[in-house]
Design a protein around this ligand. Structure first.
Ligand code: CO8
Length: 261
């Protein structure tokens, strides 16, 4: 795996583990880090040995404590838009990845950190994790897709409350709201569960999994007809050898061996 300044990458059993590592600032996202995340996700797109991705934070108490406030304090009208668009593009590439991406949230997921977690396909968190969009405390609003993704996960009313008050919520409340899928005791359990879930998804037909991701993403893309896309993808499944294998395995009462073809 290539070396990065702000990330640690490990490929383990087909799972690319991306660990955000800027301990001096609780893993706050600076431009370097956003660009490196984009490069790391591109590896997941290009490298056929990568079958799934986990994004986590290096710190005991932080997944990502937001955009780097020291860096964004110097932004002006022109480069702030570029910063936001660059982050949005990076997070959109995570969301659109046809391989499953899990956010393993091991502590604070605030501002851009919560937005990063929301761009992943699933989120699991440790008991000590805290979520929030506290940008209003800084005279800002979320800029990495938070205003769009949070309402789809927790509903309009709760999303507005969280973004207008800047309140932080604990992992258990995030679980009740549907912001996270599971809460576990500690980092070790977090990584175990993330790998277990990915292991299960990775045992399914990979092309079909990718199509599920694309169709669900279409819910959020107003210009796209998701029902049409679903019908097209459903039809395309029938051309795959995984479809032949999956249905044959059912009839023959055995486990399917999918090839991703
Ligand atoms: N940026 C830069 N440095 C940070 C950040 C951050 N987001 N968060 C923490 N740090 C630094 C602190 O400055 C401190 O550094 P130092 O030791 O040099 O003073 C170090 O990390 C440790 O932090 P604390 O001492 O504050 O640790 P605490 O345990 O007391 O508090 C908190 C932890 C509650 C997480 C606290 O650090 C905090 O409130 N951080 C800021 C959280 C926040 O407001 N996040 C949102 C940022 S804005 C954003 O994300 C917008 C996203 C979209 C941008 C789009 C355009 C660019």
């Amino acid at each position: 795996m290539p070396e990065f300044e702000t990330l640690e990458l490990v490929l383990e059993g087909g799972i690319l583990i991306i660990t955000i590592s800027r301990p001096e600032s609780l893993n706050a996202l600076n431009v370097k880090c956003i660009n490196e995340i984009k490069e790391a996700i591109q590896i997941a797109y290009d490298d056929t040995s990568v079958k799934g991705v986990i994004i986590t934070g290096s710190e005991e108490k932080a997944f990502v404590a937001g955009a780097d406030i020291k860096e964004i304090s110097a932004l002006n009208e022109v480069n702030a838009r570029k910063f936001a668009e660059n982050g949005q593009e990076t997070f959109a590439s995570i969301e659109a990845c046809e391989k499953p991406v899990i956010a393993a949230v091991n502590g604070y997921a605030l501002g851009g950190g919560c937005e990063l977690a929301m761009a992943c396909h699933l989120r699991i968190a440790t008991e000590n994790a805290k979520f929030g969009q506290p940008e209003v405390n800084l005279g800002l609003i979320p800029g990495y897709g938070g205003t769009q993704r949070l309402p789809t996960l927790v509903g309009r009313g709760k999303a507005l409350e969280l973004m207008m008050t800047g309140d932080l919520i604990k992992a258990q409340e995030a679980l009740q709201l549907g912001l996270v899928n599971y809460v576990v005791a500690d980092k070790a359990a977090l990584m175990d569960l993330a790998k277990k879930i990915l292991g299960k998804v990775m045992s399914k037909a990979p092309l079909a999994v990718g199509m599920v991701i694309n169709c669900v993403n279409a819910v959020y893309h107003k210009e796209e007809n998701g029902y049409q896309l679903e019908a097209n993808c459903f039809s395309n499944c029938t051309h795959t050898s995984d479809f032949a294998e999956g249905t044959a395995a059912f009839v023959e009462k055995r486990k399917p061996a999918f090839q991703g073809e």
